[in-house]
Design a protein around this ligand. Structure first.
Ligand code: HEC
Ligand code: HEC
Ligand code: HEC
Ligand code: HEC
Ligand code: HEC
Ligand code: HEC
Ligand code: HEC
Ligand code: HEC
Ligand code: HEC
Ligand code: HEC
Ligand code: HEC
Ligand code: HEC
Ligand code: HEC
Length: 456
């Protein structure tokens, strides 16, 4: 059917030809004469067989009298007679029905490669709209150089790419490649999926990002998205515009988890000053808790804030990774201290007597048990320990807050076999693991008891 229509067109074309006055009634020597079909030779780019006058390669005379022709073969077979068959894994969708003439003139053209449009880019844009509305266009796309990245017919790579995505972008972006090569931790998509974040053609964001952080990260990090959006205690910086990039580098980093710097330094870029959680609740400058302190808590020494905090948000108070009471006093339940017992032996508070499970004991009396493991008013760890850092050994705090009284000194003195505390909470008391102190013997002078802080 199509062949018939084409033949009709050929005949019409011949009939309307201004130069060829009459159709030849006999087989002629050459189809191209000064009168006939010379237009094929007047364009700058001429198809080789046309140039050589091999019209019969494509046109077969079917009737001499009426000067009628048919194609020697249907497209794409017509062209494939001389050109390579498409055999690669990915063939251009435009070639699904083999119509080479969607892009090429069969005889001659004004343009390179016998194209129907002046440039490859313009040829492609006849059918494709890429980044037409984009405010940030990619250099090569802006100048219509589609073929720097795509082949027109077929490819071994998806999307007709000239090379694999692992090579394509860094072929030109050598600087990015070098920058990343020097880093210990490389973001996985940077190895072979730059287009996971950048639109290769153009976009409405800076550096052609498909979206801005945090949205740009969410398609691949759904777990983090859920965490940031559904946690009871959120870190607002995470979901603010640009959020993730306040702490993470997008391509690579010399710090684990693609952090912009080691956690302590990173966190202190903001927590070196007071930060408001709510209009009424302001966190004091965190830096004061660790600056110049003699003893840093193990994980802090290791720059591991994440040992205790879930930076992206958590259901626990202060975005803690696990349970820890928010209060000074709390009825005891082991599950309330999962945070500390994630790293420390929970046996230190389990039994009333021990000769090994804790050093905080008087003889065999377990003083951790005594203070913490209580039905009512059990002391939480913060009653005695400073979580982040301290100037006293064993992270014993210098003072405890008490109501409006910001600091009630603890005065801890560590000895080789025990220690002595004279806190505001109770009279000075010593403990000794080897020679147990006899608490039934009352000391000569008693300190004033402060109701509410007295252990019962
Ligand atoms: C590589 C194959 C090929 C060769 C070689 C070829 N043609 Fe064609 N020709 C075609 C195709 C395909 C069409 C249909 C074009 C269309 O419909 O736009 C066509 C159409 C025509 C037409 C009718 C429409 C038009 O463009 O005027 C004429 C006349 C024609 N060819 C003459 C020639 C002559 C003369 C030669 C040799 C000098 C020649 N062709 C060589 C493929 C070829
Ligand atoms: C009789 C053999 C023959 C047939 C049939 C043929 N070609 Fe060609 N074609 C050639 C030769 C020879 C060249 C020049 C060498 C080369 O580039 O491969 C060429 C070159 C081309 C070029 C490159 C032109 C340039 O200047 O870079 C295109 C495009 C092309 N052919 C398209 C087609 C299409 C489309 C068809 C089918 C309509 C077709 N050819 C059918 C022989 C043929
Ligand atoms: C979607 C448009 C499109 C279609 C359809 C198309 N081509 Fe091309 N072709 C091009 C472009 C663009 C170039 C030039 C590539 C360049 O310069 O980067 C080209 C170049 C060519 C060349 C020159 C040598 C080469 O491979 O670069 C030949 C030969 C060719 N095409 C043959 C064909 C044949 C045969 C078909 C049908 C089977 C076909 N083309 C279908 C767009 C197309
Ligand atoms: C005549 C129309 C036409 C032209 C011209 C055209 N394409 Fe296509 N292209 C299509 C069709 C049809 C598809 C398949 C349908 C789709 O995926 O949208 C396609 C799909 C694609 C795809 C997706 C991968 C695939 O194979 O399906 C890429 C990449 C592509 N074209 C690139 C180009 C480039 C580069 C050019 C210029 C060299 C170009 N196209 C010119 C029609 C065209
Ligand atoms: C810098 C390399 C590069 C240039 C230049 C480029 N592309 Fe692409 N293009 C790609 C990559 C990479 C993909 C695959 C995107 C993906 O996997 O998300 C693609 C995908 C496509 C697709 C299929 C998917 C889609 O986005 O619709 C089309 C069509 C396409 N390109 C057309 C073009 C056209 C037309 C041009 C020229 C105006 C062009 N490309 C220029 C790299 C490029
Ligand atoms: C053929 C070379 C070439 C290829 C391949 C190429 N680019 Fe580009 N790219 C450029 C040029 C040229 C610019 C514009 C100059 C510049 O800003 O450095 C550019 C700019 C960019 C920019 C913006 C830089 C800025 O500072 O705003 C990004 C992002 C980018 N390219 C990403 C990619 C990605 C992703 C790929 C792979 C899909 C890719 N490029 C492939 C040449 C290339
Ligand atoms: C996870 C998302 C992501 C991936 C994957 C990614 N980038 Fe980027 N890229 C970004 C972000 C975000 C920026 C902007 C950084 C900024 O504003 O400081 C950027 C910036 C750039 C720039 C601008 C100059 C610069 O370095 O600041 C270029 C060029 C670039 N990327 C190229 C690439 C190339 C090439 C790849 C793949 C090898 C790639 N990107 C992979 C997110 C990504
Ligand atoms: C195209 C998908 C993709 C996008 C977009 C993406 N990532 Fe990733 N990211 C990954 C993959 C894959 C991994 C490695 C597997 C994993 O840890 O989930 C990864 C890992 C990470 C890691 C852990 C690295 C490590 O050393 O363990 C961080 C941190 C990260 N991404 C942050 C981001 C941030 C921030 C953004 C947005 C700026 C982002 N990602 C956007 C795919 C993506
Ligand atoms: C306030 C700093 C900060 C911000 C903002 C931040 N992160 Fe993180 N991120 C970290 C730290 C610290 C780690 C190290 C391990 C941990 O805490 O889970 C990390 C780890 C990760 C990891 C790898 C480990 C895991 O839990 O899977 C991914 C992925 C990640 N972040 C993605 C994101 C994304 C996406 C965003 C934006 C929505 C974001 N981050 C915002 C500090 C931050
Ligand atoms: C870009 C600034 C910024 C960075 C970096 C930052 N924070 Fe924050 N952080 C804040 C602000 C502002 C608040 C108070 C408002 C809120 O909760 O979001 C806060 C609150 C907190 C809270 C208390 C949350 C609550 O619910 O009471 C903790 C704990 C915290 N940050 C830990 C960290 C840790 C750990 C890091 C480093 C991994 C870090 N922050 C990095 C700005 C930052
Ligand atoms: C050993 C567990 C642990 C580690 C490690 C840890 N924190 Fe905390 N952090 C806590 C606890 C518990 C709280 C709640 C304080 C309280 O009320 O006792 C807290 C509270 C905070 C607060 C809220 C302000 C405050 O003082 O209550 C900030 C900010 C904070 N931590 C930042 C950090 C940073 C930054 C790091 C890493 C340098 C870090 N934390 C490491 C356990 C830890
Ligand atoms: C992520 C693990 C981790 C978590 C969680 C943790 N610690 Fe620690 N803690 C350590 C490490 C490591 C040391 C140092 C161990 C050493 O030097 O023997 C340490 C040391 C201590 C010490 C001093 C022990 C000594 O012998 O010097 C005390 C007291 C302490 N932690 C209390 C706590 C309390 C209270 C909590 C809960 C709020 C807690 N820790 C949560 C890891 C952790
Ligand atoms: C009443 C004060 C007090 C309370 C409450 C307290 N501790 Fe202690 N803790 C101490 C003292 C004092 C030491 C030092 C013992 C020594 O080395 O002489 C100590 C030592 C430790 C040690 C070092 C190992 C050991 O047992 O000797 C760890 C770990 C520890 N405490 C964790 C905790 C945890 C976890 C909590 C909360 C569940 C807690 N402490 C509650 C006073 C307290």
């Amino acid at each position: 059917m199509r062949q018939n229509i084409t033949m009709l067109l050929i005949l019409l074309g011949m009939a309307s030809s201004a130069v060829c006055v009459e159709k030849p009634q006999t087989e002629s020597e050459s189809c191209v004469t000064s009168e006939c079909h010379s237009e094929h030779l007047s364009k700058p780019v001429i198809h080789d067989p046309v140039n050589e006058g091999s019209c019969e390669a494509c046109h077969e005379l079917t009737d001499v009298k009426t000067h009628t022709f048919k194609f020697t073969e249907e497209e794409p077979g017509l062209c494939i007679q001389c050109h390579d068959e498409l055999s690669k894994a990915y063939v251009h969708g435009a070639l699904d029905d083999g119509e080479c003439r969607q892009c090429h003139e069969p005889h001659a053209s004004e343009y390179q490669s016998l194209l129907l449009a002046p440039t490859v880019g313009e040829m492609c844009m006849e059918c494709h709209e890429v980044a037409e509305e984009a405010t940030h266009l990619h250099g090569p796309t802006a100048v219509g150089e589609c073929s720097l990245c795509h082949t027109a017919h077929e490819s071994d790579h998806e999307n007709l790419l000239t090379m694999g995505l692992d090579e394509l972008c860094v072929f030109c972006h050598v600087t990015t490649q070098e920058e990343v090569a020097g880093m210990e931790f490389v973001h996985e998509p940077v190895r072979d999926n730059c287009v996971g974040c950048h639109d290769p053609h153009g976009a409405n964001n800076w550096t052609m990002l498909k979206a801005e952080a945090p949205e740009m990260c969410f398609p691949c990090h759904e777990d983090i998205q859920t965490q940031t959006q559904t946690s009871k205690h959120q870190h607002n910086v995470v979901s603010e515009p640009g959020g993730c990039l306040k702490c993470h580098t997008p391509h690579g980093s010399s710090v684990k988890f693609l952090l912009a710097s080691v956690p302590t330094t990173l966190c202190l870029t903001c927590h070196d000053k007071a930060q408001g959680v709510t209009p009424s609740e302001v966190l004091p400058a965190f830096i004061d808790q660790i600056k110049d302190k003699t003893y840093l808590h193990g994980p802090i020494k290791e720059d591991d804030c994440s040992g205790c905090h879930m930076t992206h948000g958590s259901d626990q108070f202060r975005m803690l990774a696990q349970a820890y009471p928010a209060e000074f006093y709390s009825s005891f339940d082991e599950t309330k201290y999962e945070l500390c017992f994630g790293c420390h032996e929970k046996t230190l508070v389990r039994t009333s007597t021990t000769d090994a499970l804790t050093d905080f004991r008087n003889g065999t009396q377990n003083l951790h048990f005594l203070h913490v493991n209580k039905e009512r008013r059990g002391r939480t760890c913060r009653a005695c320990h400073q979580t982040h850092a301290s100037d006293q050994p064993k992270h014993i705090r210098m003072s405890v807050p008490y109501g409006g009284w910001k600091s009630l000194p603890i005065n801890f003195n560590k000895t080789d076999t025990g220690g002595l505390c004279s806190p505001g909470c109770h009279m000075a008391k010593a403990y000794d693991r080897q020679n147990a102190v006899d608490y039934t013997v009352k000391p000569a002078r008693r300190r004033t008891r402060l109701s509410g802080l007295v252990p019962r």
